[in-house]
Design a protein around this ligand. Sequence first.
Ligand code: C2E
Ligand code: CA
Ligand code: CA
Ligand code: CA
Length: 281
Amino acid sequence: AKAAGRDQLATFDQRMREQRLARARTVERLRGALDRDELLLHFQPLVRLADERYVGAEALLRWRPAGEAMVPPDAFIPEAEDSGLIVPIGSWVLHEACRVAAPWHRDNGAVVSVNASPRQLREPDFATQVLDALQRAQLPPQALILEITEGVLVGSGPVAEQAVRHLGALRERGVRVAVDDFGTGYSSLAYLRDLPIDHVKIDRSFMPGPGEPDPTARTLVKAIIDLATALGLGTIAEGVETAEQVALLRALGCERAQGFHFARPVPAAEAGELLARSHRE
Ligand code: C2E
Ligand code: CA
Ligand code: CA
Ligand code: CA
């Protein structure tokens, strides 16, 4: 039994070592990805529930190494975050998203959402970078929503304070801030009142499952929408996959939604077509 335990330990150690190596290799390959033009953005349309029109899109990062399959973001964003590579990559995402969205905004008044990672919000010049991207793309600040996770703002200490300052400065210029994956953290609700935010994005884990109506799920979604609305915040539901969910969200007064029911994330050109078509209808 002892020997078996030792063997198990050895394989565990080896697995850990392999995992560490794989992560290091990912970071190495990711380091040159920007220069090699392997990164691209897909866009998932954002729908206004009142009339089901597309009113914008979220930029979602994709990595396609030459001659290989697409690497999903969950397989490289954590590595990019740990290694700090998310800083130059995130800056590229901002510039690219603003550039792509500028004509959508000009022609259809569309907004664009960009994910900002905690690591980016720690950079002393984050707010300047965002304003620079807007300026270069000639996109008005009102057309940009920055998506952040709740952990970024909560708690005291220089990191949270820095992030709050950045977002405060950006909101003064008209940029909007959304709390992503809302409800999945365990932070106090007081921050909804105190912090520089405009929208909450209800995490997809709150969407009621298919089949029989689930009263608990409904109660939770209703509570989040009511709370956000009472505090003057906008509401965006994510991961909306069924017509039942759409009906429920609409009945509960949710403003906007995103999900496979409406559209999957698609390349920029396709997203532009969808937005233009929805605008003409
Ligand atoms: P997220 O910000 O919560 O993005 C939403 C994710 O849900 C996207 O996954 C999207 O494809 C997926 N999704 C959308 N609708 C549905 C649906 O109806 N059902 C289901 N099951 N999923 C849906 P994706 O593109 O794989 O991105 C995963 C995560 O990677 C994102 O989660 C975000 O945290 C991160 N990410 C993506 N792009 C960026 C980026 O440019 N910067 C940073 N910092 N993070 C990013
Ligand atoms: Ca997001
Ligand atoms: Ca989300
Ligand atoms: Ca999520």
